[in-house]
Ligand binder design. Structure first.
Ligand SMILES: [Zn+2]
Length: 279
């Protein structure tokens, strides 16, 4: 019976057959009598670490007669163990490298390409792809400096998010700094949204035209009516416009006499009383 170590470091029985039920673990014996184990899966489709031992090597492909004349190679000599960096360099995953270069996180690459963190890490090391700014390991001095900056930002009332975005410090760390330095949590109560008076709302949401004396409504509307929102209430903007011009509330329907659909110029509006008086 032959056992091998699987990727998780567990001892596992070998199944020489490539059967889906038993995974994809195989063993073969080479011409010098060594056992070669190989375990590849969808999430780990390239050889890693000591698996590099099982790359085909020239002496294994030589005719049997010639191989027999040679003494079996000693481990540690011709079949020297390759470092992970070398292995990754031999079979770099271009898709992984591309995502790393684009600044993707390990988690993003892992999810998208179904590869292990180890493979990503080794690819990065093998191809010398630097970590994006903010993800490099920082020295103690650098961290102390960033802590100081964070404290200054906290005192100035910056949010954790803002500090995190600027300094790339963990939220936990920022929170701890605040407690250590006894910086009070600023109240984040929202100020009341600016409330307009009727007059302010009217001025804000109207625009006079250069010609024709029109006054166009630019504020909110619901259907064909113009909504003037002031002091927490919704008014009919046409009625307000009418009142401002005529000094009284309109009677019945307010109608526009000009050809500008959005016009609410008081002089261009009529109510029932005006329509009755002017035939
Ligand atoms: Zn008009």
């Amino acid at each position: 019976m032959i056992f091998c170590l699987n990727a998780n470091g567990n001892t596992q029985m070998i199944n020489a057959q490539r059967v889906p039920d038993y995974g994809n673990q195989a063993v073969r014996q080479d011409s010098v009598g060594r056992y070669h184990v190989r375990q590849l899966a969808k999430d780990r489709s390239t050889l890693e670490g000591s698996e590099a031992l099982h790359y085909p090597r020239p002496h294994l492909q030589q005719p049997a007669a010639q191989a027999a004349r040679r003494p079996p190679p000693l481990l540690g000599q011709s079949a020297r163990r390759r470092t992970p960096r070398q292995v990754a360099a031999m079979s770099p995953r271009e898709d992984v490298a591309a995502m790393l270069r684009a600044g993707a996180t390990y988690a993003e690459i892992r999810t998208q390409l179904h590869v292990s963190d180890t493979l990503i890490h080794r690819t990065r090391l093998a191809l010398n792809i630097p970590l994006p700014i903010g993800r490099t390991r920082r020295s103690k001095a650098e961290m102390a400096d960033l802590d100081d900056q964070a404290v200054t930002m906290l005192r100035a009332g910056a949010t954790y998010k803002e500090i995190h975005r600027t300094l790339r410090l963990a939220l936990n760390r920022i929170s701890r700094l605040r407690r250590q330095h006894r910086i009070p949590v600023p109240s984040r109560k929202r100020e009341n949204p600016r409330r307009y008076t009727v007059d302010e709302a009217f001025t804000t949401h109207t625009r006079a035209t250069t010609e024709g004396g029109h006054l166009l409504w630019t504020g909110p509307r619901s259907g064909r009516s113009f909504d003037l929102i002031a002091s927490g209430r919704t008014y009919n903007a046409r009625a307000i416009a009418f009142r401002r011009h005529h000094g009284r509330d309109p009677e019945g329907q307010t109608r526009r006499t000009c050809d500008q659909p959005d016009c609410i110029a008081g002089a261009h509006l009529t109510d029932r009383r005006i329509r009755k008086d002017t035939p």
